[in-house]
Structures are given as structure tokens and as C-alpha cells.
Write a protein that binds this ligand. Structure first.
Ligand code: ADP
Ligand code: MG
Length: 633
């Protein structure tokens, strides 16, 4: 374990060791008859024991008093303080020291464990760039804070430096390391013209990058914000523990009070019952639960981020464990989303080049994968200022005025809406197709082809193996294409020709079904293009390959950074493991506590037993929780 201890941890470790040694000496002295002054119940022994007690316990006592003054009684510090004062009162000095000492050992261990988990999440935080080199007009280089970079600035990124803001490479080429962001260890190649994402680390080459976004809008800042907020969204299991502790502690304190004061009325021996009551308090300390359950979730989120998956809160992790239905977008999610023009079919009295020119003119306004492919296939530049009244109709296509003509580029739905007549034999059924109309007259179509992702079939099989009952594919594409892709991927349920709002209603319909059936959850997977509303509507919205797409990062609950569908079964496994570990901890801790409480009240387990039960359970639970951090779920 190479984690360095913080100054505070080092201090408490020192205090624990010193107090431990003192306690050991005092315990030996106590039982050595030749030193009568320090026998078991002497006041000198009391004074001697106060030294290690205050060494490790002064903060606990101080915070307890502060809590009392603020009327926030009844936390674990209160339990510990009362229990140890009770032990002193009954002249069990060494026991009092031991309770406080072991309590601090537990606290120390907890802080170490939290640090360890945080460290793995913070590996993500190391993506934060510390500075940026801005090249001024005169060629001089100035080092500034990433916050001060403006859009259009030219940045110099030296070998090994982090990319400070999202931008485009304008000079140089080479490999960049995206592993901190995506968990992907293969470096990615970039060339002039490629978009480059902040937080990646430059390899061996010198790059000049034009800043396309401000730091705050860049991927890195958004991811950091997301990680920092993850802790605030609590899972049900966690809130259960918080609520539990709120009722549990007062009940225990009341129980202890009854134990201390009622039996002596009948049986006498006040000291004995007092001691039992203190034992009762020590055992009842809920630290193990209060610490280990959030720690397990923290670890689960850490493990996910190691695998290149950002989980925005432990509640989403919990839902992933109860996943029943996965609804997935097609384009860009199940398929590569990299279309290629495969055929150009002009109508009878039209030519290929004009058809492509019209299509490309309109599509240059869109970032839709179909649009990108058409612009790529048509190499010539088209003056964008010649376009007017551009309307992007999500799930259908685009209409615009161009060179005095009214153009419509989109699917059959769009043609039908505009009343464009397309001859039956011009309809393409074999794949995705874009139809083009000029002034309301059909002039031809462009076929584009997209292939399923290479890992898609395997990922779907793995998801099924995780007992996700329903997998449904949604798409805005034509029925025939949808059918073909679904068959290739082994998905039996699909819905085609949906507009973005139709996707929302399908998801709502499915949500209802899932909700009625039980506590199963529904996740929607999309690439963020045209599906932000559904991402928000599903129980869990999972955005794929959205490095750089702000809308998706914002709308999604879980972000898969490297576009790989195989991360979904992985995250389900991590989620299940996390939940399993938390539940095991809760069951184990409660079982041991209840058993010890009964035995303690009966006087069978004494103060020492209580100390070991408390620290031991916390120790085991924390160790168990830390297993979530292991990558291989
Ligand atoms: P998916 O549901 O497959 O992700 P979208 O909702 O993004 O697809 O789009 C649905 C359909 O709308 C596409 O298959 C295409 O036919 C049409 N479409 C959307 N945007 C465009 C565009 N810019 N150019 C041409 N067609 C488009
Ligand atoms: Mg889409």
C-alpha cells in the first residue's frame, strides 16, 4: 500500500501508538502487586490512565460536548464519551482507555480506507490541467491559467503535457493518451484537423491546438464537476443507514439507561449494572454500518471510473444492480454511427453531382452522423451563407432555402410530411436512405450504410447473461433497416420510425410495465444526438461515446467514455457487487451487534469483548467494502 498518510493521519497514528504503549504498561503495573500505589482502583491509577485517555480521546470528548451544546446529541461520539465516563465512574480505568483507543483505531482505519477510495477517483481528477501555453501573435509563448484561455487562442502543447481545453489540432500529429478519461490504454492518433479533448495527455510530439471551448465548457471541467457531485446523490441503501442511525442511537441510549438504573432497584449492585450499561453502549456504536456502506458505494464508483465509466451518484449504481430492461438507441450506440455513402440514386431527369451538392449544402449545418457522411462524400466546399431558413427537424431531416430553391433532405417521414411524391420503385428498403426534394419535387436519394459495432453482439449476450430481461432497440430509421440491424444483433424487440418525442413515450410505456412488474429498473442507452430527452426520462440514462458531447454528459446519469458497449455488463457487475457487499455488511454487523448487545446486557460479554466486537466488526466491514474497488467485478 503506497498511499501516503496525511499529516492528520500521521498524528493520530502517533497518538494511537503512544497511548497503546502507555495502556500496556499500565495494565502490567495494575497487576503487579509490588507497586501498591498503582493498584487497580487507586486514584493514582486513575490519573495515570487519564494521560492516554486524553491523548486519544480529547477530540471525541470535545466534539461530544460541542454536540451537547448544539443540541445534537446521540451520535457515536456521545456513545463513546458516555461509555468511557461510565467506565471511569465504575473504576474500570484501563477499560475506559481501551474503548477510546480502539475507537480511534477504527476511525484511523476508516479515514485510511476512504483516502484509498478517494485516491482512485482522484486519478480521474489528475486530468485537471494546471496551465496552458498560449502562443501570442508575435510568436511568444505565455503560460496562463486554463481558465484564461479564450476561444480561438492557439495553444502549444508540449510532449507529456495535458490538453488544457477542448480544441482542434492545427499543427503537428502524434499519439495522445486518453487513459485517464476512458480507461483505454491504447493511445489515440491525432492529426491536423482532428478534434482533441481536454484532459488527455500528449505523447512525444509537439502540437499546436486551436481552443474551441472555454475551460468551463470543456470536457475536463464537466467531468470534474460530475465526479465532485457524485457523492451527493445517495443510494437508498445509504439513506437507509443514515435514517437507521438516527433512530437507533436514542433507542440504545434509552436501553442503556434502563439497564443502569432499573435492575439495581431490585438486585442492588449498582456498579455492576452501570458497567453493563456502558458495555452495552460500546457494542451498540453503529460505526461499522455508518462507515462501510457509503464506503462500498464510493469504491464501486471508483471501480467504475477505473473502467472508464462515470457514475454520477450511488443511486444510479444501485439502480444498475436492479436493471430489468435496457432500451437502446440504434445509430451511434449499437452501430458505429459512421455512415458511408453507398449509393447515389438521382431521379430520371437529374444528375448525381447536383443531387450530392444539394444534399451536402443542407447537411453541412448538421452534426448528425448521416449528415457528416454526406459532406465527407461531397468534397467541394459550399458557401454556407447561400443557405437560409435552415430547419433541423429532429428524427426526420433538414429543410432549407438554397440558391432560391426550397430543399428538403431527410427520410420518408419528412417526404410524406411535405407532401413530396416518391415513386414506389424509388423507395429503398435495404438500408438507411436519405431522400432529397427540390421545391417539393423528389429528385433522388442517397443510400448510406452503417455497421453494428464490433463488440455489440458480445455485449448484448453478456447483458442477457446478467439477467436483464428485456432489451429493446429504438430508432428513427426505417422499419426495414431496423429489422435488419436488430436481427444481426440478436435483439428481438425493436421500434422503428420514431421521432425523439416518440422515443420518450415508448420509454414511458416501458417504464410503466417495468414499474408494475416490481422493483426492476429501466436504463436508456444513447449517444446524445437527438436523445437527450429520453436519457433524462429513463431511470438511468447512459450516454455512450460522449466524450466531447456536452448535452449527453449533462443529460446522462452514467457516461461511458470510450463508446464501448462491453462497459455496460461490466458496470452491472460492479453495481451488483457493490450492493451485495453493502447488504452483507449490514447483515453481518447487525447480527454481531444484536448478539453482543444481548450478551452484554446479560453480563456475559464484558467491556473488552465489546471493544473487540465493535472494532472487529468495523474492521471486517471496511475491508469487505474496499473489495468494491477491485477492478474485476
Ligand atoms: P436514431 O434513432 O437511429 O439514432 P435519429 O433519431 O437521429 O436516429 O434520426 C432518425 C432518422 O431521421 C434517421 O435515420 C434519418 O433517416 C433521419 N435524419 C435525422 N437527421 C437527419 C439529417 N441531418 N439528414 C438526413 N436524415 C436525417
Ligand atoms: Mg441517435
Amino acid at each position: 500500500m503506497k498511499q501516503k498518510l496525511t499529516a492528520k493521519q500521521q498524528k493520530s497514528l502517533r497518538e494511537i501508538i503512544i497511548a497503546g504503549v502507555l495502556l500496556a504498561i499500565l495494565m502490567v503495573v495494575e497487576h503487579t502487586e509490588s507497586i501498591p500505589l498503582f493498584n487497580e482502583h487507586s486514584w493514582t491509577m486513575l490519573l495515570a490512565c487519564l494521560v492516554p485517555y486524553l491523548l486519544v480521546g480529547r477530540d471525541v470528548v470535545r466534539l461530544c460536548i460541542k454536540g451537547i451544546l448544539n443540541r445534537q446529541l446521540l451520535d457515536e461520539r456521545f456513545l463513546m464519551t458516555i461509555a468511557t465516563i461510565g467506565a471511569f465512574a465504575t473504576e474500570e480505568y484501563c477499560e475506559a482507555v481501551a474503548v477510546m483507543l480502539f475507537y480511534q483505531v477504527g476511525e484511523f482505519f476508516q479515514s485510511y480506507a476512504v483516502g484509498k477510495s478517494r485516491e482512485s477517483i482522484q486519478q480521474l481528477l489528475t486530468i485537471a490541467p494546471e496551465y496552458a501555453n498560449v502562443i501570442a501573435e508575435d510568436g511568444s509563448v505565455e503560460t496562463v491559467d486554463p481558465d484564461d484561455v479564450e476561444i480561438g487562442d492557439v495553444l502549444l502543447v508540449k510532449p507529456g503535457e495535458k490538453i488544457p481545453v477542448d480544441g482542434t489540432v492545427i499543427e503537428g500529429s502524434g499519439l495522445i493518451n486518453t487513459s485517464a478519461l476512458t480507461g483505454e490504454s491504447m493511445p489515440r492518433e491525432v492529426q491536423v484537423g482532428d478534434a482533441i479533448i481536454s484532459g488527455c495527455v500528449n505523447g512525444e510530439s509537439l502540437l499546436k491546438v486551436r481552443a474551441d471551448k472555454l475551460y468551463d465548457d470543456s470536457t475536463v471541467a464537466q467531468i470534474l464537476e460530475l465526479v465532485e457531485n457524485a457523492a451527493t446523490k445517495k443510494s437508498k441503501t445509504e439513506s437507509f443507514i443514515t435514517r437507521f442511525a438516527r433512530y437507533y442511537t436514542p433507542i440504545v441510549v434509552a436501553g442503556a439507561a434502563i439497564l443502569a438504573f432499573i435492575p439495581p432497584i431490585f438486585f442492588g449492585e449498582f456498579t455492576k449494572w452501570m458497567l453493563r450499561a456502558c458495555t452495552f453502549l460500546v457494542i451498540s456504536c453503529p460505526c461499522a454500518l455508518v462507515i462501510s456502506v457509503p464506503l462500498a458505494f464510493f469504491g464501486g464508483i471508483g471501480a467504475a471510473s477505473k473502467a472508464g465509466v462515470l457514475v454520477k451518484g450511488s443511486n444510479y449504481l444501485e439502480m444498475m444492480a436492479n436493471l430489468d430492461t435496457i432500451v437502446s438507441d440504434k445509430t451511434g450506440t449499437l452501430t458505429q454511427g459512421k455512415f458511408k455513402v453507398s449509393a447515389v440514386n438521382p431521379a430520371a431527369d437529374f444528375d448525381k453531382d447536383s443531387l450530392m451538392r444539394y444534399a451536402a449544402a443542407v447537411e453541412q449545418t448538421s452534426t448528425h452522423p448521416i449528415a457528416v457522411s454526406i459532406c465527407e462524400a461531397y468534397k467541394d466546399e459550399i458557401d454556407p451563407t447561400a443557405l437560409a431558413a435552415v430547419e433541423n427537424l429532429a428524427g426526420r431531416g433538414i429543410t432549407a432555402n438554397f440558391e432560391g430553391r426550397k430543399l428538403a433532405v431527410g427520410n420518408m417521414k419528412l417526404m410524406n410530411e411535405l407532401g413530396v411524391a416518391v415513386a414506389e420503385d424509388a423507395v429503398i428498403r435495404s438500408g438507411t436512405c436519405v431522400y432529397i426534394a427540390v421545391d417539393g419535387v423528389y429528385v433522388g436519394s442517397i443510400e448510406v450504410a452503417d455497421a453494428p459495432k464490433s463488440e455489440a453482439v458480445r455485449a448484448i449476450t453478456d447483458i442477457r447473461a446478467e439477467h436483464v430481461k428485456n432489451i429493446v432497440m429504438l430508432t428513427g430509421d426505417a422499419e426495414d433497416t431496423a429489422k435488419k440491424v436488430a436481427a444481426e444483433l440478436g435483439i428481438t424487440e425493436y421500434r422503428a420510425e420514431l421521432l425523439p418525442q416518440d422515443k420518450v413515450s415508448v420509454v414511458e410505456e416501458l417504464l410503466e410495465k417495468v414499474g408494475v412488474a416490481g422493483k426492476g429498473k429501466l436504463a436508456f442507452i444513447g449517444d446524445g444526438i437527438n436523445d437527450a430527452p429520453v436519457l433524462t426520462r429513463a431511470d438511468v440514462g447512459i450516454a455512450m461515446g460522449s466524450l466531447g458531447s456536452d448535452a449527453a454528459i449533462e443529460a446522462a446519469d452514467i457516461v461511458i467514455m470510450d463508446d464501448n458497449l462491453e462497459r455496460i455488463p461490466t458496470i452491472i457487475r460492479i453495481a451488483r457487487k457493490t450492493i451485495g457487499i453493502s447488504k452483507a455488511n449490514i447483515a453481518f454487523a447487525l447480527a454481531v451487534k444484536i448478539a453482543c448487545l444481548v450478551l452484554g446486557a446479560a453480563g456475559i460479554v464484558g467491556m473488552w469483548g465489546a471493544v473487540f466486537a465493535d472494532v472487529g466488526v468495523a474492521f471486517i466491514c471496511i475491508l469487505n467494502s474496499m473489495r468494491t474497488l477491485a477492478k474485476n467485478a
